[in-house]
Design a protein around this ligand. Structure first.
Ligand code: URA
Length: 295
């Protein structure tokens, strides 16, 4: 237990030194951490009289910032050069299935997956007009082998429903195909530039096969992965604007997990206005009621 807490504290110090001021901790992880601390305190026994130990991770105050923080990239991790991905011959389904097998069997991806967890490939309609692109799998995603199945995924599903679609009507992928490693079992970190560069050919190939009308980049990491790591300083600069990747229009918006931490009408409306632009460009019908969401 001591090792877990030490590793966690070291990682928090490292993040702080790189300028990170807030970290996201899910309720489940917070509860698990409290359990570790309580068990450790109980294990210290009654023989030592210690003052009541302050909770090292008090409930985080709500983050009130209206800007999605652009977290600094962690140090590079020495991966082989990005793979060259050749698409199989055949129809769309055949090419997609072969690509999926290629990625799930990729030795580098597999080497970065924790024991018992999975490489994560995109899901959805391979005929979709809209391709949602997120950052990287989290704990639930690496467990189930599917993007966006945790809390952020539940919110993404609601956003898709708000657009009059079902999750199965769109395609959902990530910049990364594995969950970036952490020194602890808790939390997530954004991928570094080398990790993103390694996985990008897999994303590019999915875009080529699915051939969507447009891409929605969810959050700063997705935008950096698609548009380049130094193309913007704050997501607010490019959010709500059309960009380009692989010849496709890209709408950049906030990540659903940003909305989970900034549950304000203003933030929801900002994302919704981006999605209205997406609906217009994809030729989806928009009712007056939909136009007025979160006003
Ligand atoms: N966040 C992401 O960016 N992708 C996922 O698959 C899950 C959470």
């Amino acid at each position: 237990m001591r090792a877990v807490l030490t590793a966690l504290t070291d990682e928090l110090k490292r993040l702080k030194a790189t300028g990170v001021r807030t970290v996201s901790v899910s309720e489940a992880n917070l509860a698990a951490l409290r359990g570790v601390v309580q068990r450790r305190a109980a294990g210290a026994g009654a023989s030592r009289k210690i003052a009541a130990m302050p909770d090292p991770l008090p409930s985080p105050p709500p983050v009130i910032s209206t800007k999605e923080a652009v977290r600094p990239l962690p140090a590079a991790s020495s991966l082989p050069p990005p793979p060259v991905v050749a698409l199989a011959a055949g129809d769309k389904r055949t090419r997609w299935t072969a690509l999926r097998e290629r990625v799930l069997g990729d030795a580098v991806c597999r080497a970065h997956v924790r024991p018992g967890k999975q490489v994560v490939f995109g899901v959805g309609d391979i005929e979709a007009k809209i391709f949602f692109c997120g950052e990287a799998p989290g704990a639930e995603e690496e467990q189930q082998g599917e993007p966006f199945v945790g809390p952020a995924g539940q919110l993404l599903n609601k956003m898709i429903q708000g657009m009059g679609l079902r999750r199965e009507d769109v395609y959902i992928g990530n910049i990364m195909n594995w969950r970036p490693e952490m020194p602890t079992a808790f939390g997530n970190r954004p991928p570094n530039a080398e990790e993103m560069a390694y996985c990008l050919p897999f994303l590019r190939a999915q875009i080529e096969v699915v051939d969507p009308a447009l891409i929605v980049a969810l959050g700063a990491t997705a935008a950096r992965g698609l548009l380049g790591t130094d193309t913007f300083k704050s997501l607010g600069e490019i959010r709500g604007h059309w960009k380009q990747f692989a010849g496709k229009p890209v709408m950049v918006t906030y990540h659903p997990s940003y909305l989970l931490h900034n549950d304000t009408r203003r933030a929801k409306r900002a994302v919704w206005e981006d999605l209205l632009q997406v609906m217009e460009r994809a030729g989806l019908p928009i009712s007056e009621k939909q136009r007025g969401y979160y006003l």
